[in-house]
Ligand binder design. Structure first.
Ligand code: G3H
Ligand code: 13P
Ligand code: ZN
Length: 311
């Protein structure tokens, strides 16, 4: 099976009350950990590549790793550009074989966001590629851009219909309180997503797939392992998984997870080195790191996204 777009995945996910996991990939062990879990659970997948991932690992290497995963697993896998910040990077990924791109012009004024998104949609649709756009801004760090909590803003439901009609985008990322990175909520506060906004958006765009970025739950067992093994991540707090599960049962069809992969990998490697200070073969410490990603992704697919058995 070749790489697929997200069109059919989202239609089924919307109707079925579940969501597809969109996991960021940067190297072979990450691709393998994610796709081995999905293969065992027969789950559809979105593997996504950021601008930073492209400059770290190179477009062609990532493309070939994902193609290898498709060949090994036979799963429906979409290859997606995460947070494309210009027409040019979207075009480069479309020309280079991606099946889905995100144009993130959410920090631009509304009319400008519409204009650039529409331009990407025209090019993408001419090439059989689907487009995710964003309205509202999330706090946190994406590539070199750091959006402070004060500068973030929830999506305005009254804008979504006009935006989708004028741009022709295929899915829409909205801001309802999630944020990028490992520090999403202040310690001691009660983390709550704005389900009232999601419900309002759902009413205005019936049947339209919604995307949640910044959806790592920051498992405390990994934060603890990191802190016990020489790291320093006090106050790392994520989105409660029961709230993500609720969002997945609503209009949310794609849930983005990256930080949790980083935490699983880093916690495992830190612990490994503490226990085996004499080891220096990368295969020795990358093997358990890959296994930790696999079991974390398996848990997400079953308990958070509900997409196991849906490939
Ligand atoms: O939303 C951002 C993703 O976690 C990708 O992060 O830009 O550091 O690759 P990155
Ligand atoms: P996290 O930092 O919560 O994993 O979010 C990832 C993301 O939104 C990628 O686009
Ligand atoms: Zn994101």
């Amino acid at each position: 099976m070749p790489l697929v777009t997200t069109k059919e995945m989202f239609e089924k996910a919307y109707k079925g009350g579940y969501a597809i996991g969109a996991f960021n990939v940067n190297n072979m062990e990450i691709v393998q950990g994610i796709t081995e879990a999905a293969a065992e659970l027969n789950a559809p997948l979105i593997l996504q590549v950021s601008k930073g991932a492209r400059s770290y690992a190179n477009h062609t290497y990532l493309m070939k790793l994902v193609e290898a995963a498709v060949a090994e697993t036979g799963l429906p896998i979409a290859l997606h550009l995460d947070h494309g910040d210009s027409f040019d990077i979207c075009k480069s990924c479309i020309d280079g074989g991606f099946t889905s791109v995100m144009i993130d012009a959410s920090s631009k004024p509304f009319e400008e966001n519409i204009e650039i998104t529409r331009k990407v949609v025209e090019y993408a649709h001419d090439h059989g590629v689907v487009v995710e756009a964003e309205l509202g801004t999330l706090a946190g760090i994406e590539d070199e851009v750091n959006v402070s909590a004060e500068d973030s803003s929830y999506t305005r439901p009254e804008d979504v219909q006009e935006f989708v009609e004028k741009t022709g985008c295929d899915s829409l990322a909205i801001a309802i309180g999630t944020s990028h990175g490992a520090y999403k909520f202040k310690p001691g506060t009660d983390p709550k997503l704005r389900f009232d906004i999601l419900e309002d958006v759902e009413k205005r765009l019936p049947g339209f797939p919604i995307v949640l970025h910044g959806s790592s739950s920051v498992p405390q067992e990994f934060v603890k392992l990191i802190n016990e093994n020489g790291g320093n991540m006090p106050g790392a707090i994520g989105v409660p998984e029961d709230q993500l599960r609720k969002a997945a049962s609503m209009a949310v069809c794609k849930i983005n997870i990256d930080s949790d992969l980083r935490l699983a990998m880093t916690a495992t490697i830190r612990q490994y080195f503490n226990e085996h200070p004499e080891h220096f073969d990368p295969r020795q410490y990358l093997k358990p790191a890959r296994a930790a990603i696999k079991s974390m992704v398996a848990h997400k697919l079953v308990d958070v996204l509900g997409c196991d058995g849906k490939a």
